[in-house]
Write a protein that binds this ligand. Structure first.
Ligand code: HEC
Length: 292
């Protein structure tokens, strides 16, 4: 394929192929590593966010709710007794500062319509129900943005039923607030929803892409300089000396015996020039003998 090309073009073509292959490998590998980095970072963020939220709920459950129920057994005070109510409220406060971080307690059968699972959340909850998955983590799109999300199932325990059984059993104030449309009918052990933490990845991924673009630019510039340097070396140490030898040999073949093979370097081309020099001397001697 390269046979009909000049030495110079052949070397340039090989270097260009090396450039394309090494750039694709480096960019492909770099993208993989940076994406893994984004996943690790997003994972850490979701873990910290979830841990902070679960700890708040645990605190409510162990330190506040028992006292409230003890001191005010008849009062409906969800702010201090319903962990999920507290979590969804805290999540909104967190969102004031970090609007892109989303904490959801989603359910296909919610008391509060804001907690209604979207299509993807509902499918995930179904998979928790059928036992196909115990938890889910990965990339997911939400309102046209890419997020890294971690979802874990929530099942109804004994302590959940008194609010989520039937509107007749639930506290009248709660029924008054949320209505009787949905949010009831829990049975013990059922998966009733999922906790889902979404952290945005677009910023991290955009940064990763920017880093790769800089790298590709730097790499290309370096390769271009290397290409120019190699080209100069080939021209000055191979192409020109060979052209020179060809011109001298052609002159000598036409009888201009005063021409000399001159090579400044000390390499294969010099060996070639020396061989030609010896041939010229032999030729001159042969011609002398012939002339005598
Ligand atoms: C004291 C009553 C009460 C108890 C006990 C209770 N919940 Fe709820 N739950 C609520 C209220 C009120 C909401 C609506 C919160 C809001 O407005 O965001 C809710 C919301 C939820 C949601 C979000 C979807 C929706 O209905 O809006 C899930 C899922 C849920 N609860 C599951 C549970 C589970 C599981 C338990 C037991 C661990 C439990 N709940 C215990 C009252 C209760």
């Amino acid at each position: 394929m390269f046979r009909n090309l000049t030495i110079r073009k052949r070397i340039m073509a090989i270097l260009a192929i090396v450039y394309v292959i090494s750039l694709s490998l480096a960019v492909g590998g770099g993208y993989y590593v940076l994406r893994q980095d984004t996943i690790r970072e997003s994972n850490e963020k979701t873990e910290i966010f979830s841990a902070a939220m679960s700890s708040s709920a645990a605190y409510l459950g162990s330190a506040i709710r028992p006292k409230v129920l003890e001191y005010l057994p008849e009062t409906y005070f969800p702010e201090a007794t319903v962990g999920i109510f507290m979590l969804t409220t805290i999540a909104k406060t967190v969102q004031d500062q970090y609007p892109e971080y989303i904490y959801r307690i989603a359910s296909p059968n919610p008391l509060n319509p804001e907690n209604l699972a979207n299509e993807w959340e509902e499918q995930t909850i179904k998979k928790f129900e059928t036992g196909e998955m115990e938890s889910w983590r990965g990339f997911v799109e939400r309102d046209g943005k890419e997020y890294y999300a971690v979802a874990t199932p929530m099942s109804a325990g004994q302590n959940c039923i008194w609010c989520h059984d039937t509107p007749e059993v639930a506290h009248p104030k709660m029924v008054e607030q949320y209505g009787t449309r949905s949010g009831y009918g829990y049975t013990l052990g059922d998966v009733v929803g999922a906790r889902i933490v979404y952290v945005p990845t677009d910023v991290a991924l955009a940064q990763a892409k920017k880093k790769l673009a800089y790298f590709a630019g730097g790499f290309s510039l370096f390769f271009l300089l290397a290409l120019i340097a190699v080209d100069r070396i080939i021209v000055s140490s191979v192409v020109r000396p060979i052209e020179n030898i060809v011109a001298v040999a052609e002159d000598i073949s036409r009888g201009k015996m005063d021409r000399e093979f001159e090579v400044k370097s000390n390499d294969e081309i010099k060996a070639l020039a020396d061989a030609f020099k010896r041939m010229k001397v032999s030729l001159a001697k042969a011609m002398d003998i012939l002339r005598k």
